[in-house]
Design a protein around this ligand. Structure first.
Ligand code: ADP
Ligand code: MG
Length: 253
């Protein structure tokens, strides 16, 4: 019996890559984020979806470490990064950031942009930059400058730059909204492929239901500072929690 017991004994489950509990933040007395809790595993994409002004960016900024929560706790791989008195800055959190008005450094080459956040020896950096440029389909673009690239190409450089240091958690705030409609679906698909290959836990903020349905493993539907529904794209789309959620999804064109 003892032998059987030993053979099925398992290691304790590893903590989620990103865990957020009871995150709350107010501005000037008005609550903007209220009691937000979520978990994202490595290799998973969670989409924080909701109308403009519902508190998505504020949530993301607290996880990034650029906005301090009023209360709540945040862990990366089980290690607290924000917890009462503790508040680690972004550079101590292993986060990759990508925002709508992502700015590449105009005076640096594509390769220098991608290498920007990398530490280590020259050879190691060059190898990582080459690997990423290939991954985003821009091998051979290393010596160009940002202004020589299309919007979609710049977007891919920004993605490569954010992923270069192998962040544990990748935070993306409406990263595709500056792009031409015709390009967007293709860029969403390639971005998703690259994110999956790199294996970070991804939290993607969007106000566009079709983007969340296309990219998410899990959708977190947010309204007025709270998460009102969470589930797979299939479930959230097919079983909206209330009329407002149904209406939100019915706007898809
Ligand atoms: P979303 O990203 O969902 O559009 P935000 O998180 O940007 O929403 O903003 C939520 C609300 O919080 C908005 O009403 C916004 O005006 C307010 N807000 C965000 N940041 C600040 C700030 N630094 N000071 C005051 N109000 C803010
Ligand atoms: Mg926002």
């Amino acid at each position: 019996m003892e032998m059987v017991g030993q053979s099925v004994r398992q290691l304790p489950p590893s903590p989620p890559r990103l865990k957020v509990e009871h995150l709350t933040r107010a501005f000037g007395g008005s609550p903007v984020v209220e009691d937000v809790s979520l978990e994202v595993a490595a290799g998973q994409v969670a989409c924080l979806l909701g109308p403009s002004g519902c508190g998505k960016s504020t949530t993301l900024r607290m996880i990034a470490g650029v906005e301090q929560p009023d209360s709540g706790r945040i862990w990366f791989d089980g290690q607290p990064v924000s917890d009462g008195g503790l508040f680690l800055p972004p550079e101590a959190r292993s986060v990759g950031l990508m925002f709508q008005d992502f700015a590449l450094f105009p005076h640096l080459t594509v390769a220098q942009n991608v290498a920007f956040g990398l530490r280590g020896g020259r050879e190691e950096k060059d190898r990582r930059v080459a690997e990423l440029l290939e991954r985003v389909n821009l091998a051979g673009y290393g010596r160009k400058h940002p202004h020589q690239l299309s919007g979609g190409e710049q977007q891919r450089v920004a993605l490569a730059r954010a992923l270069a240091p192998r962040p544990k958690v990748m935070l993306m705030d409406e990263p595709f909204s500056g792009l031409d409609n015709r390009l967007r679906d293709g860029i969403r698909d390639t971005t998703l492929e690259i994110l999956k290959e790199e294996g970070a836990a991804v939290l993607l903020v969007t106000h566009e239901p079709d983007e969340a349905l296309r990219m998410a493993d899990e959708i977190l539907l947010m309204r007025a500072g709270r998460i009102v529904q969470r589930g797979s794209p299939y479930n959230v789309y097919n079983a909206p929690v209330d009329r407002a959620a149904a209406a939100f999804f019915s706007d898809i064109n």
